[in-house]
Design a protein around this ligand. Structure first.
Ligand code: FAD
Length: 411
C-alpha cells in the first residue's frame, strides 16, 4: 500500500457492490478494507435477490404440482400438494446465510480486512467507523481511495406506518412469518410482482394498489399487456389503478383487518377503503446515505438522497466537480438499482482509480423479473426506443417473435 495511507481502498458497505469491488481491487494488488454496519452481503443476499429467489423457487414448485390437469396431460400423477410455511421460510433464510458466509470467507481468504460498524467521512481520505454505544469496536482509517457502496432501504410513502406484522415491506415479507389470506400490495414494480407470485402460489389472495393507470409502470407496454394476461388473470389477484393509499391503519393478525384508504390520483378524493389481512408496501427503494457526513468531502446527496456521480462513478461535489479519489457505486447512486449493476460499477470504479478509464454502458445491463413466467429485458424498452429513434430521425425496425415458436418452452 501507499505508505501515506492505511489502505489503498476502503469500501463503505459490503453488499454485492462493495464485495465485487473488493475482489477486483485485490486482483489489482491493492490493500483493501470493507466497513460493514449491518450484515455482509447487504440487501441482495440478506433481504433481496437471494431469499426472494429461494421463495420463488418453492412457489414455482407448489404452483406446478397444484396444476394437476397439466401434469396429467404429461402422464404424471401426483397426490395432493402440501407445504409447510416455516420450512419454506427456513430454506430461504439458510440459503441466504450460506451465501453471506461464502462472501465473508472469500474476502478473508484474499486478505481483505472486514471492519465492523457504521462509517462516515471525517475528511478527504479519512473515514471513521463504529457502533453506537460500543467503545470496543471502531476507529479511524485512511485510504488512498474510498468507495461508498451503502445501498438502499425500502421507500415507505408518508401516512403508512410499518408495524412489521400486518403492514410491512419486502424486508418482512421475505421472512414469511405468516400467510395472510388477503394481502394488499402497494406498488406493482418487480418486487411487488415477484412477491405476488410467491404469496398467490402459497394460497394468499392479492390486491394491487397502483398509482399510475396501469400495472407495472416502467415496463414496456407490450410486456405489460402480456404479463397482465399471464401473471394476473387466472390468479387470485385483483387491482386498483390510478389510486394511492393515503392512509393505512395496521390491524392484528387474524383478529382485526388492516384498513387502507384509497385516494384517486386525478380528483384527489378518497374513493374507496379496503379491509385486508395485511399490506405490503413495495413502492420502490431509497438510497441509504444518511449519516455519511458527506459535507466532510464537500459533497451532498440529491433531493432523493442519491449520491451524484459521473460516468466513471466518481462522486461529484456541491459544485459538480469531481471529489478526488471518492467513488459511489450500486443502489446509493441510483443509476441502475440491480445487484449485477452494483458489482459491475464496483469493477468500473476500481479500474478508474487505477488509471484505466472505464465507463459502464448501462444500456447493456440486463434486468429480469423472476415471476412465473419470467420477464427480462435489456437496452431501451421498446416504447423508449421508438420515441428516441423518432427524435433522432433514425430508421426504426421492429422484429417480434414468440417464445412459443421454440419447442423447448412448450410443455
Ligand atoms: P446493498 O446490497 O444494499 O448493500 C449495502 C451495504 O452497505 C449494506 O450491507 C449496509 O448495511 C451497508 N451500509 C450502509 N451504510 C453504511 C455505513 N454508513 N457504514 C457501513 N456500512 C453501511 N437485484 C438483482 O439484480 N436481481 C434480483 O433478483 C433482485 N431481487 C431483489 C429482490 C428484493 C426483494 C429486493 C429488495 C432487491 C432485489 N434486487 C435484485 C436489488 C439488489 O438487492 C440491489 O440492487 C443490490 O443489493 C444493491 O447492492 P449494493 O451493494 O449497492 O447495496
Amino acid at each position: 500500500a501507499d505508505q501515506k495511507y492505511d489502505y489503498d481502498l476502503v469500501i463503505i458497505g459490503c453488499g454485492v457492490g462493495g464485495h465485487g469491488a473488493a475482489l477486483h481491487a485485490v486482483e489489482q494488488g491493492m490493500k483493501v478494507a470493507v466497513i460493514e454496519g449491518h450484515d455482509i452481503g447487504g440487501t441482495c443476499v440478506n433481504r433481496g435477490c437471494v431469499p426472494s429467489k429461494a421463495l420463488l423457487a418453492a412457489a414455482g414448485r407448489v404452483r406446478e404440482f397444484k396444476n394437476q390437469q397439466h401434469l396429467k396431460s404429461m402422464g404424471i400423477q401426483v397426490g395432493s400438494v402440501s407445504f409447510d410455511r416455516e420450512g419454506v421460510a427456513q430454506h430461504a433464510a439458510q440459503l441466504a446465510a450460506g451465501i453471506a458466509g461464502n462472501l465473508q470467507r472469500s474476502l478473508e481468504a484474499l486478505g481483505v480486512d472486514i471492519l465492523i460498524g457504521s462509517a462516515k467521512f471525517v475528511g478527504t481520505n479519512k473515514v471513521k467507523y463504529g457502533i453506537t454505544g460500543r467503545v470496543d469496536v471502531g476507529g479511524e482509517v485512511t485510504a488512498k481511495n474510498i468507495i461508498v457502496a451503502t445501498g438502499s432501504v425500502p421507500f415507505v410513502p408518508p401516512g403508512i406506518p410499518i408495524d412489521g406484522k400486518t403492514v410491512f415491506t419486502s424486508d418482512h415479507a421475505l421472512k414469511l412469518e405468516w400467510l395472510p389470506q388477503w394481502l394488499a400490495i402497494i406498488g406493482s414494480g418487480y418486487i411487488g410482482l415477484e412477491l405476488s407470485d410467491v404469496y398467490t402460489a402459497l394460497g394468499t389472495e392479492v390486491t394491487f394498489i397502483e398509482a399510475v393507470d396501469n400495472l407495472m409502470p416502467g415496463f414496456d407496454k407490450e410486456i405489460q399487456r402480456v404479463a397482465q394476461r399471464l401473471l394476473i388473470q387466472g390468479r387470485p389477484i385483483d387491482y386498483h389503478t390510478g389510486v394511492i393509499a393515503t392512509k393505512v391503519t395496521p390491524g392484528v393478525p387474524g383478529v382485526k383487518p388492516v384498513v387502507i384508504e384509497l385516494t384517486d390520483m386525478k380528483t384527489k378524493k378518497v374513493v374507496d377503503s379496503l379491509e385486508v389481512d395485511a399490506c405490503m408496501v413495495a413502492t420502490g427503494r431509497s438510497p441509504y446515505t444518511n449519516g455519511l457526513n458527506l459535507s466532510a468531502i464537500n459533497a451532498e446527496t440529491d433531493r432523493r438522497g442519491f449520491i451524484p456521480v459521473n460516468e466513471k462513478m466518481e462522486v461529484l461535489d456541491k459544485d459538480g466537480k469531481v471529489v478526488p479519489s471518492v467513488y459511489c457505486i450500486g443502489d446509493a447512486n441510483g443509476k441502475y438499482m440491480l445487484a449485477h449493476a452494483a458489482s459491475a460499477q464496483g469493477i468500473s470504479a476500481v479500474e478508474n482509480m487505477n488509471g484505466r478509464p472505464h465507463v459502464l454502458n448501462h444500456l447493456s445491463v440486463p434486468a429480469a423479473c423472476f415471476t412465473h413466467p419470467e420477464i427480462s429485458f435489456v437496452g431501451l424498452t421498446q416504447d423508449a426506443a421508438e420515441e428516441q429513434a423518432k427524435e433522432k430521425n433514425f430508421p426504426l425496425g421492429i422484429s417480434k417473435t414468440s417464445f412459443k415458436a421454440n419447442s423447448k418452452v412448450r410443455e
